[in-house]
Design a protein around this ligand. Structure first.
Ligand code: NAD
Ligand code: 89Y
Length: 335
């Protein structure tokens, strides 16, 4: 069977993980790379052995020979590129956040639906190995009926060193990071129907909020607390680990630092170590995220070949984008 031919657009900081991942996944090939910066195009062509390089998405699409486009640019460009790819009739994967506004996100989902192309959001946190383990325990009914969850990501890490654009955006932590945690809350507890939110900025050098606390109502008496901070003094720094507690009628699941996963039932506690597998390009401590990229992209290939929507389809992810904006609206109202 011929390989699925991928065109990767946006060859910056995070795309390197996506490119590395495509290389180890069976049944796919990187057919072309594109970035508006010609130096990045040349570097990616050399590093990943890709023949075709472009500085313009339209030219890459016009030349054909691609089945799907993986969009790893920063958010302001997502809508235009996704719509261009949809018009070309190709499948599209787009990095989170799908868009900065709800209007853009809805338009993107709509454009792909009307064009009849598959649209997936690169929402990878739910593909982290420990998160798959937690979801598996919930599916097996290990803790009965879950009624409370806490999803927490708190760190002093200088995220702006690799991603300087995050310091200049009016909205930061919920749109960039909280979006992953809100998706995890949905994944574990079901869709949310309401969100309350409190935000603040601690770091005076950035424009947006770097601390957020959200409380979600998942219906049926299920609630979750989703909290994140890039302003927390903490030693050792757990970055980029997400910590999870889920309480159910028959037990508690607790994912602690260093991938210690506890299952507590009555007075018994069973602990497993669930670190991510290492890849040749893994760089501690980012290995947890790097492996989730491989897992998401593998899942995408399986879904694409089976002609079914991926778990993180545009339609599914729209619910997360809605939650993000509902959270900002609630935080604004409180101010
Ligand atoms: P970056 O600035 O390092 O890279 C973006 C690249 O896109 C740049 O090289 C830029 O030249 C290129 N670009 C921008 N607009 C373009 C256009 N119209 N056509 C062609 N190229 C264009 O950014 P980054 O930190 O790599 O972030 C990229 C995306 O990845 C963001 O959406 C970010 O939120 C996401 N991200 C996801 C994770 C994750 O775990 N899922 C982690 C980090 C970043
Ligand atoms: O951009 C963010 C993401 O998606 O995961 C972590 C991150 O790199 C910084 O918050």
């Amino acid at each position: 069977m011929s390989k699925v031919r991928i065109g990767v657009v946006g060859l910056g900081f995070f795309a390197q993980n996506q490119l590395e991942a495509w290389r180890v996944i069976d049944g796919v090939e990187i057919a072309a790379v594109c970035d508006r910066d010609p130096a990045k195009v040349e570097a990616a062509r050399q590093r990943y052995g890709v023949e075709r390089g472009y500085t313009d998405v339209a030219e890459m699409l016009a030349d054909g020979g691609i089945d799907a486009v993986d969009v790893a640019t920063t958010p302001p460009s997502h809508r235009a590129i996704v719509e261009q790819v949809a018009r070309a009739g190709l499948a599209v994967i787009c990095q989170k956040p799908m868009a900065e506004t709800l209007e853009d996100a809805r338009a993107m989902v709509d454009a792909c639906r009307r064009a009849g192309v598959s649209f997936t959001v690169h929402e990878n946190f739910r593909f982290q190995r420990p998160m798959r383990e937690v979801a598996g325990l919930l599916r097996e009914g290990a803790i009965g009926e879950p009624f409370f969850a806490r999803i927490s990501f708190r760190t002093p890490y200088d995220v702006f060193a690799n991603q300087p654009y995050l310091a200049t955006e009016g909205r930061f932590i919920i749109l960039d990071l909280g979006i992953h945690l809100l998706d995890l809350a949905r994944c574990f507890m079901g869709d949310a129907r309401d969100v309350s939110c409190w935000t603040r900025r601690v770091n005076p050098k950035i424009r947006g909020e770097d601390v957020a606390t959200m409380v979600l109502d998942h219906g049926g008496g299920r609630t979750s607390v989703v909290d994140c901070s890039y302003a927390t003094h903490q030693v050792p720094d757990p970055w980029p680990q997400t910590l999870v507690t889920i309480e159910g009628t028959e037990g508690t699941i607790a994912l602690e630092a260093d991938y210690r996963l506890h299952l507590i039932q009555g007075d018994r506690i069973a602990t497993r170590h669930v670190p991510p597998p290492a890849w040749p390009w893994s760089k501690l401590p980012l290995d947890i995220i790097q492996d989730s990229v491989v897992a998401l992209q593998r899942h995408w290939v399986e879904s694409y070949l089976a002609r079914r929507p991926a778990e993180t389809s545009g339609e599914d992810n729209l619910k997360v984008v809605e939650l993000v904006h509902a959270a900002y609206a609630d935080a604004e109202r409180r101010k």
